[in-house]
Design a protein around this ligand. Sequence first.
Ligand code: GDP
Ligand code: IMO
Ligand code: MG
Length: 437
Amino acid sequence: MRDVPPNLAILGLQWGDEGKGKLVDLLSARYQNVVRFQGGNNAGHTVVVNGQSIALHQVPSGALHPSCFLLVGSGVVLNLEVFREELNRLAERGFDLSKRLLLSDKAHVILPHHIALDRWREGGAGKVKIGTTGRGIGPAYEMKVARMGVRLGDLLRPETLKDIVRTGYEEVRLRLGDEAKDLPSLDAIVADVLRWADPLLPFIGDTQTYLMDAWKKGQSILFEGAQATLLDIDHGTYPFVTSSNCSLGGLFTGTGLPPKALSKILGVAKAYTTRVGEGPMVSELHDAVGDRIREAGREFGTTTGRPRRCGWFDAPITRHACLTNGVDGLGLMKLDVLDGFEQVGLVTGYRDGEGRVSNKLPACAAEWDTLKAEIKYFPGWEKPTRGATRLEQLPKEARVYLDALVESVETPIAYLSTGPDRSEGLLYTTTFLEGML
Ligand code: GDP
Ligand code: IMO
Ligand code: MG
């Protein structure tokens, strides 16, 4: 057994919903600190313990471990009302976070007019529809970059809050034109923000210094990514992405820790591919097989309930994500969902209009539309993998498929997940996770 586990990042390698929540919860048993560093309540991270499912949106997924200290870093955009509700729901289930929570005073607040602008853009004809979660994430990050944002630290000085909210509010009103009439007044927004913030004020502080001290003292830190590399504002399928850096770079800007503070990177991917919202997805199956994956995997959004688009494992995107993040090992999730399929596909490359096959990802959305999936098929397996906890329980056919998957992404599988519960899964190869589960 290792005494101090390595400071570890858990990052999504596809288009989100890979099962990051399960892995963060599972590994949190070994970590003293768990920190969210980007995104907001567009995230929905599911934790299942003894058949009971809990969806977390902004609270770090170490919440169910009473010994874990929870942090929300400066790179996060926070919906105060939703955060408060999450704390209440957890308290009702017996998880009191009041002695183990710190929210960065530099994290930004999602405001009602950010949500209105997000929904207005998504709703109208002639606009580029991204299929956002409608949670105001994009506008909150835009306001941050435009230097018109409201930070949690601003909530500690209520007398200046109205002036700080005003600039962004006026900007949104101009953009909405006639439809701005449906916005609450500036005074109403400031009053709501102060009311939502009130119970959270004791938790606002300097997360960077806290984490720096924790690191220097040799405490362990688990970094919980939200969204995923293909939704990253720089490295994803732009413009069909979210508005933060959900790949490795966002960890450093979103916590204020230097790269030296991180030891290992666990990338999370499903044994197939899903995406929710608009944008390119070469591996998408528009047939009964896609429907079968959706039903078997219960692929409906944790945050919005939307059906997820489904396809076979897409090696080019996942390999790109492994390279972008310097992934040390994969958490490969939901293998059990493929149980009982006659054959299992693996997208090994993309074929362009001229018949050339490559595993490169184009930069521009129009170019994506010309690509077709090159699929290699493998025999399926009859004996279920669901709940497997030992390598020997895996059918030979599943091993053959997994070997090909590993080769295609040039990264070993560290943990293989065979069901939603904490107990369902196994260490697949000898990696840094050895002795930690
Ligand atoms: P996240 O956003 O990456 O945390 O993932 P979500 O929680 O949005 O979606 C993953 C879903 O898959 C959740 O409902 C999990 O409970 C479930 N899940 C995680 N791992 C497994 C697995 O190995 N098998 C199955 N069948 N479900 C899983
Ligand atoms: P977790 O952390 C899956 C997608 C949305 C949309 C795009 C932009 O649970 O994996 P946004 O509201 O962020 O502006 O939407 O990003 N998206 C997610 N898809 N899982 C998520 O989070 C997501 N967060 C955002 O569907 O396509
Ligand atoms: Mg999710």
